[in-house]
Design a protein around this ligand. Structure first.
Ligand SMILES: *Cc1c(COP(=O)(O)O)cnc(C)c1O
Length: 433
């Protein structure tokens, strides 16, 4: 066999092994989910080989007869799902959606307010010195929301003071970017819209993580609370294909369209648009019960872990109102060590920088925390009683070294959870076709 042929077969084999591994693991990465079989089928369709630059009906390529109908239907459903005047489903990721928003609303050198990374912010709203998209690619100056570590949320009064001080200092922010990657509780969008108006900043919401909870009516509704635009990933709590979307008030439509194409992409991913459309349909039908179950499961997991003596953040506010649970694992070393140990036991979760980590000399490779998300387990049909078992498995994994025992317990739990729920068709969760 030639080397290339061998490598070809090796890759197919690795993909199959990956599917098998995830079918017997506990997938707890908060930014991940599992798409339905219908979504995975359109992802492998011919649409993935085509071009459709521009807006439906105004393409600069031929061959878009059906693609245009798919995209217009996706737009229509996104608008209904998020009760938005305008939607652009073309961004190829959440980070690209954010970049389009920065490009439409600001000039390089302008200031944007976001959460710092230890307080839950995402690198796409980060400073240039950290290679954050906002700073590095669009030249924005980044300043931070004041944060209350006990409440695990933006501090409204301190933030108001800070915003007014920035305005007096001639560095009035153009965007307040709410949302985050570690997001346990709804943020004070409504409480800060008046001061945003006073200083001339546009409130935006990065719902990369919580879009599915918003669509299911189980989290805050940023566009109703004063945000003018909202970006999100389509594959985190929203269980679709990897991609991004922007929804906004109509007045931003022209600016966003140009910023998405040609500003920040040439062709977008048409197979992903079809997958987004199917996902929006699944959400219009099943979003409410799914999101309700996600939030209930996250709380059950947090409570279960706390009862077993684990250090769960956000206790003062009831641990979580989202899909996430944040654990302080400094008692077991650090987040990096714990992430590796859990992976060995088939528990897939990721390390997390926590508020106060930098002051304590920890950084992103050895942070103090681990972030858990229950969206994928929920889509596999798990409920609150399953979360009690997940809490015990996690506690066992953290406190003992018997990997084989933990793996066995997980594969037992997973036996009856191999298909995707909240979907129009019976749907295997992990398969290669
Ligand atoms: C994940 C995430 C993003 C980036 O999304 P991608 O789809 O991975 O590009 C942006 N913002 C926040 C808050 C995120 O958590």
């Amino acid at each position: 066999m030639t080397g290339a042929r061998k490598d070809y077969q090796k890759i197919v084999g690795l993909v199959r092994q990956h599917e098998k591994w995830f079918s017997e693991s506990l997938p707890l990465v908060a930014s991940e989910n599992v798409a339905s079989q219908g979504v995975r089928e359109v992802l492998s369709s011919d649409l993935g080989q085509r071009y459709a630059e521009g807006w439906p009906g105004e393409r600069v390529y031929a061959g878009c007869r059906y693609i245009d109908q798919i995209e217009l239907t996706a737009i229509d459903m996104a608008k209904r799902l998020f009760k938005a005047e305008f939607a652009d489903v073309r961004p190829v990721s959440g980070a690209c959606a954010n970049l389009a928003i920065y490009s439409a609303l600001t000039n390089p050198g302008d200031t944007m307010i976001a959460l710092s990374i230890p307080n839950g912010g995402h690198i796409s709203a980060g400073k240039k010195e950290f290679s954050g998209t906002a700073g590095l690619v669009h030249g924005l100056q980044i300043d931070y929301f004041s944060f209350d570590k006990e409440k695990m949320n933006i501090d409204v009064d301190e933030t108001k003071k800070k915003l007014r001080a920035l305005k007096s200092g001639g560095k009035s922010p153009k965007i307040l970017m709410f949302g985050g990657s570690l997001i346990l509780f709804p943020q004070p969008v409504e409480e800060l819209t008046a001061v945003a108006k006073e200083i001339g900043a546009i409130p935006c919401y990065d719902a990369a993580h919580v879009a599915g909870l918003i669509a299911g009516g189980q989290f805050q509704d940023p566009l109703r609370e004063g945000a003018h635009l909202m970006s999100f990933s389509t594959h985190k709590t929203l269980f679709g294909p990897q991609g991004g979307t922007i929804v906004a008030k109509e007045e931003y439509a022209d600016g966003i369209k140009k910023a998405v194409f040609p500003g920040t992409s040439s062709n977008h991913h048409l197979h992903s648009v079809a997958g987004k459309a199917l996902t929006f349909a699944e959400f219009l039908e099943y979003g409410k019960p799914y999101a309700r179950s996600v939030v209930a499961n996250a709380y059950a997991l947090a409570e279960g872990l706390a009862e077993l003596g684990e250090k769960v953040l956000g206790e003062e506010m009831g641990y979580t109102k989202s899909h996430q649970v944040a654990l302080d694992v400094t008692g077991y070393g650090d987040g990096g060590v714990v992430e590796k140990k859990l992976e060995e036991m088939n528990i897939i979760a990721n390390r997390q920088l926590l508020p106060g980590d930098l002051q304590a000399g920890r950084h992103y490779t050895n942070p103090g925390g681990v972030r858990l998300g229950v969206s994928e387990l929920t889509r596999l049909g798990m409920n609150k009683s399953d979360m009690r078992e997940v809490a015990q498995i996690l506690h066992q994994a953290l406190t003992t070294d018997d990997a084989a025992k933990t793996r066995k317990r997980i594969s037992t739990l997973r036996k009856n959870h191999q298909s995707v729920k909240y979907s129009f068709r019976r749907s295997d969760a992990y398969f290669y076709h």
